[in-house]
Design a protein around this ligand. Structure first.
Ligand SMILES: C[S@@+](CC[C@H](N)C(=O)[O-])C[C@H]1O[C@@H](n2cnc3c(N)ncnc32)[C@H](O)[C@@H]1O
Length: 308
């Protein structure tokens, strides 16, 4: 596998007011996989395919032919709800746990190439980058999401991260480039994660456990379905390192916050009308967060086989 190096610096550059800005490293054309280089405000490949940078700095590398719907991924409303809820800080223990694991990991150097696959509006990536930096690790970060609403919001929050509209199914970056890939509550494509990770790179998969938001689900549904662990399917190219189970409670004290939480979960679409009506009557709810964090390392044989 090849990792192209462009004529661009791997370090962040400074803009006219001296702030760090992203430089969109290691991106490839979603139409022909050729390297993309930055020319003025566009990324251009050798065949002349050109992708303009949005005003807020992100780039859309999801061609129309790769879209299954007109407006894929989370809607504008879901993104706004997730942003409103995450900014309340109740899920900080999840972000803190990830940042702490990375900061203490001795296999990673002082400089980490980091990729968030399905980054949403960027809460976790922003937190991890900031915390790792405070702990002496430089994080060169890329966040990708299929929702243009999510990436628009993310790109307004942090100009030093490369934000890309794209799909995990065809990640528009070079191979063997990242030290860490995270996929939090998202839609994993393990073959792509293995391709973009350096040999020995780390993958984090996060998903909910059996008791996640159980109090909310008891209000929404007449019957709670048995829990299915979807995390371990399809990870043959990786070896498990460690699993962290994170359980904590938090209290929401307004109907607005409860609705923000509901709107960022799949229950907004799945729950029956009666359940959603019942939830509208609640303005104080203590909730359980039950989250599994599974860390993997990329098997080195995968890289050797792919190099044949
Ligand atoms: C449950 S949200 C999680 C967002 C973020 N990781 C977080 O935990 O806050 C799932 C995200 O995956 C995105 N998504 C869905 N399908 C995707 C795909 N094929 N490639 C990349 N992102 C995708 C959605 O737009 C949404 O932002």
């Amino acid at each position: 596998m090849t990792c192209y190096l462009f004529a661009l610096s791997l370090d962040y550059t400074k803009n006219h007011v001296g702030k760090s800005v992203s430089v969109l490293n290691d991106l490839i054309c979603p139409l022909d996989n050729q390297p993309l280089v930055l020319k003025d405000r566009s990324l251009v490949c050798l065949s002349g395919h050109s992708f303009d940078l949005a005003k807020s700095g992100y780039v859309n590398l999801l061609p129309v032919q790769n879209k299954r719907s007109k407006d894929p991924g989370d809607s504008k409303e879901m993104v706004a709800s997730r942003k409103a809820f995450l900014e309340l800080g109740y899920y900080e223990p999840i972000a803190e746990s990830i940042a702490s694991y990375l900061s203490k990991n001795h296999t990673l150097g002082e400089s980490i190439r980091f990729f968030d696959a399905g980054c949403g509006e960027g809460y976790y990536l922003n937190y991890i980058k900031q915390t790792c930096s405070q702990n002496g690790k430089a994080v060169n970060a890329t966040g990708l999401d299929i929702s243009k609403w999510a990436i628009t919001a993310a790109s307004k929050s942090n100009k030093s991260i490369d934000w890309i509209v794209g799909s995990n199914a065809h990640i528009p970056t070079n191979s063997d480039c990242f030290d860490v890939v995270i996929c939090l509550f998202g839609f994993p494509v393990f073959s792509e994660f293995a391709r973009i990770l350096k040999p020995g790179g780390l993958l984090l998969m996060a998903d909910v456990g059996a008791n996640h938001l159980i109090e909310l689900r008891r209000i929404l549904y007449p019957q709670i379905h048995n829990y299915e662990d979807g995390l371990s399917k399809g990870v043959e190219e990786f070896s498990p390192i460690v699993e962290q189970e994170l359980t904590f409670t938090f209290q929401l004290t307004s109907q607005v916050d409860i609705q923000s939480l509901l709107s960022m979960t799949p229950h907004i679409h799945k729950a029956p009308y009666e359940g959603r009506k019942a939830l509208e009557q609640v303005d104080n709810l203590t909730l359980t967060a039950d989250v599994k964090l599974r860390w993997y390392t990329k098997n080195t044989e995968v890289t050797e086989n792919n190099n044949d």
